[in-house]
Design a protein around this ligand. Sequence first.
Ligand code: IPD
Ligand code: CA
Length: 273
Amino acid sequence: MDTPLSDYLYTARQVALKAGEVVKEAFYKEKEQKTKESYADIVTETDQAVEKLIISLLKEKYPTHQFIGEESTAEGKTVNWTDAPTWIIDPIDGTSNFVHSIPQTCVCIGLSISKQIVVGVVHLPITGQTYSAYKGGGACCNDQRITVSKVKELKKSVVITEAGNSRDPQILATKISNFHRVIEASHGVRMIGSAAVDLCMVASGSGEAYFEYGIHIWDFAAAGIILTEAGGVLLDPSGGDVDFLSRRVMAACNQDVANQLSPLLNHVEFKRD
Ligand code: IPD
Ligand code: CA
């Protein structure tokens, strides 16, 4: 018999809570940091240790499953995402928040089966919020049901986005022009510093939409299902279907807000994952 999705979620939550203890302990200490693709793309020893911990705990329970992890994916390498059950892991999303002692930092664990995200947990160990969802089961934060905002107009919306880790002048210029148009058309723009937290905020009605260019599958797989199970829409910024390897995403509390946001965005091209 197939394992119920709720069982996978239970395990993912337990593992995320354990990983969160390690993140929390390190949060209050001096952190050593290294950089990856740009000086603003940071990794710490804790990111690497937590990813190893998550993979080893999940492997014990599901030895045949596959893994895609931020820190175990070599830079610039294509992601090998198959139909097999695959755990998609970001040990610390919001690493720069973690390094700068900003509490919006989280452990993300998602599960895909046949390339559909079916389970997601986003755990913020510093604030004590644990967002979770499985396909068809609704979304929760600490066991309380969450739902998206009912606002239907972009001009009455707050839109969350991120500048991202690239410091390429052309990429930044396009992003800033997007921010400009979205600020003009809405109640304002926020940058929280973690793609997963941004999506969980929209999922729980704190803000109406989110978009970003340059993210990776591990930044938004787990939070993506939390958003859709809370009633939101997860799309490509063009308005088409979301493509988890395309390095771009748009989320909204409903299709109306998405339809108003999409035409304002100039697309930024990143190499596919
Ligand atoms: C980053 C965060 C950030 C987003 C970047 C991500 P990391 O993930 O989600 O908000 O703007 O695109 O790479 O590096 O902290 O795991
Ligand atoms: Ca991340």
